[in-house]
Design a protein around this ligand. Sequence first.
Ligand code: UD1
Length: 430
Amino acid sequence: MEQYIMKGGNPLVGEVTVSGAKNAALGILTAAIMTDEDVLIENLPDVRDINVMLEAIEEIGARVERVDRHTVRINASTIQEISVDDEYIRRIRASYYFIGALLGKYKSAQVPLPGGCNIGSRPIDQHLKGFRALGGDVRIEGGAVIVHAIDLVGSHIYLDVVSVGATINIMMAATLAEGLTILENVAKEPHVVDVANFLNSMGANIKGAGTDTIRIHGVKKLHGTEYSIIPDQIEAGTFMCAAAVTRGDVMIKNVIPKHLEAITAKLLEIGCEVIEFDDAVRVVGKPAQRHTDIKTLPYPGFPTDMQPQMTVTLALAAGTSMVTESIFENRFKYVDELARMGSCIKVEGNVAVIDGVKRLTGAQVNAPDLRAGAALVLAGLAAEGVTEVDEIGYIQRGYECFEEKLQGLGALIEKVDSEKEAQKFRLKVG
Ligand code: UD1
């Protein structure tokens, strides 16, 4: 069983380059099947979720050519199936984007309903509300969402909750509907804007992405394009917290500083130095850091996907901090693992009250999900002694070459898959 083993206590110092945004890529890859022409996508992150999504796209009959590690050419003229296999949904929730993409292009889709997940119940009622409003006949049968439409017709849709997935999914279907769709109370995350820009580069007519209201004038068909995915906001934020919590000094390259403002603001509040460049940020983690309060919110608020990494940072900041999770109901599961490293955090409902401690000590811990897994690695890098993080498959779903990038910053970390290798690491680091 693969695990990360690390010896903490070294400040991370140096430069790291951020990969393409996983969550933008998941939407863009599915949107790519909406044309029969060639689509070239660059700056794809080489992570598990993306590779599974590419397999799912091949499985329904599209041609997928890996041009290089970060570039793919997709041609969907050969699609045979409007039905996506259950296996893919189980491996990546975001394969629900096939519903919007297939419904838009073929007026028909059959996709297994995604189940719950480690961070709480994740309904897709808002997605389905949107498809119905566009004229889709939506049924749930045998665990799958089955949608058919005779004609997709533009509509005025108000989302009851701000949802990234629903915004992107409905936007895709509405792109090939007849007439105007007005989508209100939408998500404004950078990846929503990136998927809209991608669709526009294929001939869609989408305006307002990044604001509360998106207006989509349906077009008859989409054409081929070449497109480069934006940098990953959450990977960048994770390295920002890595610099802060290890009291290091890291230049994080290939970022859009605007997307990082909520994270930057919090790091400044706790006493770190953050210097912005055109496409980079440098974070200097000062020795004395102080408490702050955080509440996760839809963009431009503080991202829920950065909550665990920031909680770990606050676990080593003087004073009492409060972190309120307002997006997902069950996103503090890693706190028990962190307690085994000596943190002092109490969770009540959706609030974690963190009493900053002076030091953490290494322990064996389990990654409960993707972002919490990354956060536990940060804790291990800041802790005294050796930490082993198990279940790292979660981390590999969303971080490209995580251990290599951290090693490049001086971290003593290795991926091992046997006790013998772990023992070798322990002997090496002393
Ligand atoms: C996306 C991201 C995920 C991130 C989340 C919030 C991808 C692939 N995943 O997930 O990493 O943590 O945004 O930024 O981009 N909700 C409903 N009904 C719906 C849809 C959502 O009630 O139909 C609720 C959810 O339970 C949650 C909130 O809305 O409480 C936000 O969820 P949403 O933005 O949809 O998250 P995802 O798109 O699944």
